[in-house]
Design a protein around this ligand. Structure first.
Ligand SMILES: [Zn+2]
Ligand SMILES: [Zn+2]
Length: 660
């Protein structure tokens, strides 16, 4: 259960034939700063930090990476100049990051995952080799309204593509694999190593992106040993909520670098079971130089609820429920999903599945050979009414109260086939992710309004949910087991990382051997493995967002506008201007959304119109020809001040001038 032992389908011997599928356009073994002659337009393509200029490069789901660098050439030239100018400024401001760590120094950089739960990506660099661990994405946050996903900033890697010997993926959750389709072609598409199920999940994800270069996927297992460049790497199985999760051990001359990935422990009353002891046995003899590990649940005391206890709890509910049962859980909790399906079959019930991610993950589990189902267990939702209610279990996504997910639609009676009623029991087998409290409450209210019975983990005496991440005592166990010389907490917000660092100190580690990083922090182990140093220099870490079809560093101004729009709305002014006389052809039109209720603000509008007219006519008085940009800036300025004065709000003011 803990360790899915499978025969090794990959061994180090075929490591030699690393095919580098794509050569970077130009040599990237050079200093970070770009000191190329201005005429070298192509320098823009691969070494310039293109994202800083604007969102460039697009990966459409319908697939299209080709137009990335082939925009029309005049546009490219302009960009080149800007890039170089900006770089000139940058070089003056910042010192450059040396392309290689000096001598025997080992460099470790979290590119993402240490200021949030999400977008995990960690790199280890030694001499000519870079090994990447995980490549996730994060969902949008309050600071980045309107974008789809946030990616780790990979600029550091893009400049060192040729050094990258492999990307190791610890497990199939989106905060560890979600970034791959957006990132891999930017870093030279190196081989990707992961276990069987993870590999299948990555393949599935890639099916959404038809035109992307195929990945060079290589399956490893717990007992595989591989060579990546001059470095030897081995793995160990860990328990998480998805099968085939693994930890990584990278050997260096001074001891090994260890990253267990997301983990919890299977235990009985706080005593890890034998399989766990077995999986970690390798550390009895391993000299561990550096550990980076999961901080998610460091604040929770004791041990987490092991999955086998959750499985028993759910089994009991499935057995005893005499009504139709609707179970809301995460599709990512694959172990639990499989357990639920097994119980459904055990009690001869039928299963209906609602939610795309749940359907996909059932398919993946079958493909990976970890789930087998009788052919008649699964029924389409439209047939539900054909079975007695106590014979049917619905497995649905949306336990976080997501507005358009299956559960919410059932609860608000918007679902085509399943409408909740007092004859239903709804079981929410998930915790509330911080930030989702309101939407979960709304979901529960809607369910309750239907008269359905709700079983949630807080109210249930039986265990129906356990987190996928170890609690404080499990984290302690890991530290004692692995006995690292140096330590860096990862996978968490800054506060969680601090708590984890404190815990390491409590366990006896000297403060100077611990580093609490930010995204982009460069950590070096120097002096032949004797000193832990946090460099002053940082790898680029500005936000990279997937926004519709484009990817790039979100320009602050776009994000700021969206924040303003969401808070104070928008105020659009349309002015029809006689460009000859500089007079308005008619009174300005005003359109506003999310700012004030227009019907009740006629005075405000009237005063605004007068102000706009005066502003435009004052501005154009001595202007020949009329300069639209200056007039727009004037209008924006005056109207903004006026609205702030009158309403104490700062809507986005957007003037449009029609020259007639
Ligand atoms: Zn995970
Ligand atoms: Zn994770």
């Amino acid at each position: 259960m803990v360790v899915n032992k499978k025969t090794s389908s990959f061994s180090s011997s075929n490591n030699q034939n690393h095919r580098r599928r794509r050569r970077p356009v130009i040599q990237t073994y050079m200093s970070d700063s770009i000191k190329k002659p201005e005429s070298r337009v192509d320098s823009f393509k691969s070494t310039a930090p293109t994202q800083q200029i604007k969102k460039v490069g697009s990966v459409s789901r319908r697939g299209n990476t080709k137009n990335k660098t082939h925009s029309n050439s005049s546009k490219r030239k302009t960009n080149t100049r800007t890039v170089q100018k900006r770089n000139g400024e940058q070089v003056n401001k910042k010192r450059e990051i040396p392309i290689h760590p000096a001598g025997d120094n080992i460099r470790i950089i979290p590119l993402g995952g240490v200021e949030e739960i999400g977008k995990n990506m960690y790199i280890m660099e030694y001499q000519d080799d870079i090994i990447v661990m995980d490549c996730g994405f994060a969902f949008k946050s309050e600071e980045t309204p309107g974008v789809d996903y946030i990616l780790p900033n990979t600029e550091y890697l893009e400049k060192r593509k040729e050094k990258i010997k492999g990307v190791i993926i610890t497990h199939g959750h989106l905060d560890h694999i979600g970034g791959l389709p957006y990132v891999m072609h930017r870093i030279g598409n190196p081989p990707v190593y992961s276990r069987n199920l993870t590999t299948i999940m990555i393949q599935k994800k890639y099916e959404e992106f038809k035109d992307l270069e195929p990945l060079d996927l290589r399956v490893v297992e717990n007992d595989s040993r591989i060579s990546l460049g001059k470095l030897k790497v081995k793995f160990f199985g860990v328990t998480h909520t998805i099968p085939d999760s693994m930890g990584v051990i990278i050997e260096t001359p001074f001891g090994s670098i260890v990253n267990p990935g997301d983990f919890k422990l299977s235990h009985v009353d706080g005593k890890p079971i034998d399989e766990e002891e077995d999986a970690y046995k390798v550390f009895d003899t391993e000299k561990v130089l550096f550990l980076m590990s999961d901080s998610t649940n460091v604040e929770n005391p004791g041990f987490s609820t092991p999955e086998h206890v959750v499985k028993e709890g759910l089994d009991k509910v499935i057995k005893e429920t005499k009504t139709r049962l609707i179970i809301g859980t995460f599709a990512s909790q694959m172990e639990r999903m499989i357990g639920i399906i097994n119980s459904i079959e055990k009690y001869n019930k039928k299963l209906a599945v609602e939610g795309r991610s749940m359907k996909i993950n059932i398919e993946i589990a079958k493909l990976a050979g970890i789930l087998s189902m009788k052919p008649d267990t699964l029924i389409p939702s439209e047939d539900i009414e054909k079975y007695p209610p106590d014979r049917v279990v619905v497995l649905a996504t949306g336990a976080q109260g997501e507005e358009f997910a299956a559960l919410m639609r059932m609860a608000s009676k918007n679902h085509k086939y399943i409408k909740m009623s007092e004859r239903d029991t709804v079981l929410l087998s998930s915790s509330v992710i911080p930030g989702n409290e309101n939407s979960v409450q709304k979901l529960k209210d809607n369910i309750a309004r239907n008269g359905a019975k709700i079983i949630h983990y807080r109210t249930s005496e039986i265990f129906i949910h356990g987190s996928g991440h170890g609690n404080r005592e499990e984290i302690k166990w890991l530290h004692k087991k692995i006995k690292p010389k140096f330590f860096m907490p990862i996978h968490g917000t800054h506060y969680m990382l601090r708590m984890h660092a404190q815990l390491a100190e409590e366990l006896g580690m000297p403060k100077e051997n611990i580093v609490v990083p930010d995204n982009g922090t460069i950590v070096e182990i120097q002096d032949g493995g004797n000193k832990l140093v946090r460099l002053d220099l940082q790898a680029p870490s500005d936000i990279v967002a997937v926004d519709g079809f484009s990817i790039g560093n979100m320009q602050d101004v776009v994000i700021r506008d969206r924040q303003l729009l969401s808070e104070d709305g928008i105020f659009i002014i349309v002015v029809a201007l006689n460009t000859r006389t500089g007079k308005l052809r008619k009174s300005p039109d005003i359109i506003s959304r999310g700012f004030v209720y227009l019907r009740e603000s006629q005075n405000l509008l009237q005063e605004s119109r007068v102000l706009i007219k005066k502003t435009v006519e004052d501005a154009t008085r001595s202007m020949n020809p009329v300069n639209f940009d200056i007039i727009k800036a004037e209008i924006t300025d005056q109207v903004r001040k006026f609205l702030l004065q009158k309403t104490d709000k700062k809507p986005v003011v957007l003037p449009v001038i029609l020259g007639i």
